[in-house]
Design a protein around this ligand. Structure first.
Ligand code: ADE
Length: 353
């Protein structure tokens, strides 16, 4: 199985080519080096793994490609990794791209025409696919046909080009933003869940093993507790904590060293970072606990709405620290307690913001 990434011409890449490309490249290389390649090595999402194993087995018995699959859920939970594992189990190649890279019709046409029988096409952030690309995908997904038009007005010609049978795996953080017709064309739809502390501990110990990082069980659990249920965060934190352990101590990550290092990184015992705390404190201190619109919050703290919605909010919502209402976001009594407000009625005078 080989993995071919095809996202060099993403919009973000064009806007800020150097910084984006370098940061993205570094993250990708790091993530690729520790990605599990088999279901056995892939920790967590056990119910999902079991159903996928059955679907794969059935597809193999029929001698057919797997049905098109849609994975949704917060970022960093392993959607791309899982697609790679599936390709490995099916023993086929996978081509990886993301919707913002499929800006022009020729982008999606090119990638569809490059597919070989049985291969997997992985499209990340599929909710961001434009209308034209979607229209090209429908017959490709349903009948493995590429409908192409050439020429203009009265000279327009349509061609129907057969494609080899392939499997599309779409991934999205926002299943609700996917158009109905596109969602309906996925035979299998699965939500990825946040990981338990136990599962994250195992992910951390596995990653530490690959990277030759010395860590004990309690050290792994201490990092897991502050990783927001997300393996991508756990893997980044284990590296940061390892740097700290190496520079300040003898290199081994223990519970105390992990906690000291994460305190310095300003990641609290819930896993909240500065942005999360600023967001929650803003709602509490300037908007009396909410509700307040996400655009107002984003403008006040200088963050992008999409980053808040896709990256910060999913964990805060699931941790019960933030609620979404038709009139905007509000916090819960637990949020006040967690951030150290003693008297909810009197917070303006405490001036903690
Ligand atoms: N690294 C990132 N996600 C992982 C997972 N689910 N299992 C093992 N290692 C991982």
């Amino acid at each position: 199985m080989s993995i071919i990434a095809d996202d060099n011409n993403s919009k973000e890449g064009k806007r800020n080519p150097i910084i984006k490309a370098e940061a993205a490249e570094f993250d990708k290389n790091f993530e690729n080096s520790i990605r599990p390649k088999t279901f056995d090595a892939y920790i967590g999402q056990s119910a999902l793994k079991e159903t996928l194993k059955i679907s794969i087995e059935a597809a193999k018995k029929r001698g057919q490609p797997l049905d098109h699959l849609l994975f949704y859920g917060p970022p960093g939970l392993g959607k791309t990794t899982l697609a790679g594992v599936i390709a490995g189990q099916m023993d086929v190649d996978i081509k990886i791209t993301s919707a913002p890279a499929l800006e022009r019709p020729r982008d999606i046409i090119g990638i569809l025409m490059s597919l070989k029988g049985g291969e997997i096409l992985f499209i990340d952030e599929i909710h961001r696919l434009n209308k034209v690309a979607e229209e090209i995908l429908y017959p490709a997904m349903e009948d493995f046909i590429l409908d192409m038009t050439t020429g203009k007005s009265h000279t327009v010609k349509t061609m129907r080009i057969p494609l080899p049978k392939f499997t599309l795996i779409g991934a999205t953080t926002k299943a609700g933003e996917l158009s109905g017709p596109l969602r309906d064309r996925f035979g299998i739809v699965h939500r990825l869940e946040f990981y338990t502390e136990d599962e994250l501990s195992k992910v951390i110990e596995r990653t530490a093993g690959i990277l030759n990082i010395d860590i004990d069980t309690k050290g792994a659990l201490a990092i897991a507790r502050r990783s927001r249920g997300t393996p991508r965060i756990a893997n980044r934190l284990v590296k940061r904590v390892s740097d700290f352990a190496l520079v300040k101590y003898d290199g081994k990550i223990t519970e105390n060293i992990a906690n000291e290092s994460l305190d310095i990184l300003k990641i609290d015992e819930f896993g909240l970072d500065n942005t999360d705390r600023t967001l929650l404190k803003l709602i509490i201190e300037k908007y009396d606990g909410g509700p307040v619109g996400i655009e107002t919050i984003a403008a006040a703290i200088g963050e992008d709405v999409r980053t808040l919605e896709d990256v910060c909010e999913p964990f805060l919502l699931q941790a019960g620290l933030l609620q979404r209402t038709p009139r905007g976001r509000k916090v819960s009594p637990e949020t006040y307690r967690h951030l150290g407000y003693k008297n909810i009625q009197n917070i303006q005078q405490q001036n903690l913001f």
